[in-house]
Ligand binder design. Structure first.
Ligand code: ATP
Length: 217
């Protein structure tokens, strides 16, 4: 099994963590194989898509046998760099930021928020969960020292761009942006944007205008 240098389509890559989490659960319950139908039911992705996705991983399911759970887990662990802990920094310890600090990401994957930053003197110097909160004045220094290349942004949108510029200067390569601000970054930086208000609005719009199968009777 080799996946060095292999390019998986982006849509498939986005589903990897989902598959990985489910397979981990299967593995810990002692299951050694799984069919695409079972997977499909559990992760809510149609089985044709699962078969196509898995063919990129070199995992070819056998009829009447399904997929080998161990083989897939080894592949995912390698592809998702699960053997290496990815250290994440969080900027903005408000309501949302605090919730993330208390949430145990590392339960299912190997990412960990190591350090947080804020400007509020009531928050700087404290520890939330086991994560220390530093002042923004130390941002560049601490990020570089700790080798942190992934950041979560939970600051007010008015300051999001200027903080992003500093993150880029401090060698951050990926930003998960929870602010509504659309950020400008060099093409070498990857930004994933999650706007909870927009997602909620879109869900409500879809509920109204695209009824689910159960409602079309
Ligand atoms: P809270 O109720 O704790 O203020 P909130 O999520 O409603 O939370 P926001 O105004 O969105 O508050 O701010 C989020 C966090 O970002 C706060 O902890 C705030 O102190 C912090 N913050 C504001 N400006 C900056 C900045 N320039 N750099 C870093 N953090 C900042």
């Amino acid at each position: 099994m080799t996946n060095d240098g292999m390019k998986i389509p982006q849509a498939t890559a986005k589903r990897l963590p989902l598959y990985y989490r489910f397979l981990l659960n299967l593995h810990s319950s002692g299951k050694q194989r799984v069919s695409s139908a079972e997977l499909s039911e559990a992760v809510k992705v149609d089985s044709a898509t699962i078969r196509r996705d898995f063919s990129y991983f070199g995992a070819l399911g056998k009829k009447g046998y399904g997929y080998n759970v161990n083989y897939l887990l080894t592949f995912f662990r390698k592809t998702l760099d699960q053997d290496e802990l990815t250290k994440v920094g969080l900027i903005g310890v408000g309501n949302l930021g605090t919730a993330f600090l208390n949430y145990n990401f590392s339960k299912n994957n190997n990412t960990k928020i190591k350090i947080a930053f804020d400007v509020d003197p009531n928050k700087v110097g404290t520890q939330i969960g086991d994560v220390p909160v530093y002042h923004m004045d130390d941002l560049d220094k601490v990020l570089i020292e700790e080798g942190i290349q992934v950041a979560i942004l939970t600051v007010p949108s008015t300051v999001a761009q200027s903080i992003t510029d500093r993150l880029v200067q401090a060698n951050v390569k990926g930003i998960l942006n929870f602010t509504p601000a659309r950020l400008n970054v060099p093409t070498s930086i990857r930004i994933h944007h999650i706007d909870l208000a927009v997602e909620l609005q879109s869900l409500i719009y879809f509920l109204k205008h695209y009824p689910t199968d159960a409602e079309i009777t």
